[in-house]
Design a protein around this ligand. Structure first.
Ligand code: GLU
Length: 492
């Protein structure tokens, strides 16, 4: 089998969004599975809408996801000669023609056809102009576009889609489409095929929204006498109301950057993305990288639309709950050595990082991450919910403050008293901290729970978490003593 060559060809007219990232991921997975090459091609021929920011954003997004490529980035505008050359060739071989119809004329005809409920397509006025007519129009300075000449009106054309099976269309449904604008710039349909032919692309994996392009492009491949690539069209991703997801209606929630900025783990996000339009054929949802590369097949890409299940206005579900659930899974179960650098980045960003966490206190750092991650959803939680482990400035949540501290006025004295006992402990261990707390509660004739919950709130600011004595040991004697001693501040 010859080498597989795939491409990801984004148009840089916006950030990398969920749909684009999924396309990139599927192409990447299939490339890695087959040991082929992935080409990154920036389709920047729409110079008015293409921006440098968008190119940077796309590349940044791919880097964050860990989707790497083997060739490129190529820029489509660097290959304008190839595109013009191809258009010239089609013209000279009679497979395309110059069309002098003005926009106004075409619009008028279109309106009339609409009104008469007739076919609104191009009527072929310039399709068979004689050479003299062409020369005459050209000499009089009339602008022209180049149209592809659909070779016949009879019969059907089609291809075998890896996902959808045989796809056909009648020739008479295809208009003579424009391949070069009147200003001489070639259009997407042509550039895209010319580049795919030059780059020897073997598989085109893209969204079903491109299927109308594919049919026209089949004609271009044929006219340019190039073999067809394998096509696999992926389902669209819709929201819960079956509308296409887009920046306009859904905001930044569809941007890959949003997930990076909200503390998602890159691989976890890929794992979420792959399930938006592909399934392994059973109910497995968690795939480590290598396993996914091996399991992924084009045939198992879903035929029907996938749903991006985003519940607006519910802060707990600030994005699709499945994305969060998958992220939690990785966050809570991955090797702590792999998690640590990601937490480090969060701590650095918040000014909470200490170099010792990588040297003398690495053991402490790793065991603390293990201890606290069980209730966390994203990497952000390490600097918010878990802030008390890395800083003395942490928020104390309203709910536990009322329930576990203020409701028990005795704690104002008890916790500072307990602090004294903790201070005098020679060994600040699990057993010792627990023994002292329980004896203290018995002495005061109060339930140990009152002391333990009060301590949790004062020392961590949180309602829930790991076992209290594990927490005390992780935070350390000095800090625990200081924090307990400051309990009266809550009663002021
Ligand atoms: N530039 C096109 C897009 O971003 C590429 C489509 C394709 O051929 O894959 O939609």
């Amino acid at each position: 089998m010859t080498e597989t060559r795939l491409r990801f060809p984004p148009s840089p007219t916006g950030y990398l969004h969920i749909g684009g990232a999924r396309t990139a991921l599927y192409n990447w997975l299939y490339t890695r599975k087959t040991g082929g090459k992935l080409i990154l091609r920036i389709e920047d021929t729409d110079t008015e809408r293409s921006t440098k920011d968008s190119i940077d954003g796309i590349i940044e997004g791919l880097n964050w996801l860990g989707i790497d490529w083997d060739e490129g980035p190529y820029f489509q505008t660097d290959f304008s000669d190839d595109h013009r050359q191809a258009a010239k060739r089609l013209l000279s071989e009679g497979k395309a023609y110059q069309c002098f119809c003005s926009k106004e004329t075409l619009d008028k005809k279109r309106e009339a056809a609409l009104a008469a409920k007739q076919n609104v397509g191009y009527d072929g006025t310039c399709r068979d102009l004689a050479d003299e007519e062409i020369a005459e129009k050209q000499n009089s300075g009339l602008p022209s576009v180049i149209r592809f000449k659909v070779p016949t009106r009879q019969g059907k054309l089609g291809y075998n889609d890896c996902v959808l099976g045989r796809i056909e269309s009648s020739y008479d449904e295809i208009d003579d489409f424009v391949i070069v604008r009147s200003n001489g710039s070639p259009l997407y349909l042509l550039c895209n095929v010319v580049d795919d032919i030059r780059d020897r692309i073997s598989h085109v994996i893209r969204g079903q929204d491109h299927m109308t392009n594919t049919i026209k492009q089949l004609l271009l491949y044929e006219a340019l006498e190039a073999p067809l690539p394998v096509f696999a069209h992926m389902p669209l991703t819709l929201d819960t109301k079956k509308a296409k997801i887009s920046k306009r209606s859904h905001g930044e929630i569809v941007a890959v950057q949003f997930y990076r900025d909200h503390g998602f783990i890159p691989w976890a996000f890929n794992n979420f993305l792959v399930l938006l339009g592909w399934s392994p054929g059973n109910d497995q949802e968690i795939f480590e990288k290598q396993e996914l590369i091996e399991t992924f097949t084009l045939e198992r890409i879903n035929k029907s639309s996938s749903i991006f299940n985003y519940r607006k206005n519910d802060p707990k579900f600030f994005t699709d709950p499945k994305a969060i659930a998958i992220n939690e899974h990785y966050l809570r179960s991955m090797k702590v050595e792999a998690l640590a650098p990601m937490v480090k980045a969060e701590l650095i960003a918040d000014g909470l990082w200490e170099d010792e966490y990588e040297t003398t206190r690495q053991e402490w750092f790793f065991s603390t991450l293990e201890l606290i991650r069980d209730r966390f959803h994203t990497l952000k939680d390490f600097t918010t919910l878990g802030r008390a482990y890395f800083s003395d400035e942490y928020a104390v949540e309203e709910k536990p403050l009322k329930k576990n501290v203020l409701k028990h006025p005795g704690l104002e004295q008890w916790l500072p008293e307990l602090a004294d006992k903790y201070e005098s402990l020679a060994e600040f261990s699990l057993e010792e901290t627990e023994r002292v707390a329980r004896e203290f509660a018995a002495d005061k004739d109060i339930k140990p729970g009152v002391i333990i919950n009060g301590m949790r709130t004062v020392v961590t600011g949180q309602l829930a978490g790991a076992s209290m004595f594990d927490i005390l040991v992780a935070i350390g004697q000095e800090k625990v003593v200081n924090r307990l001693r400051e309990t009266p501040r809550f009663y002021k």
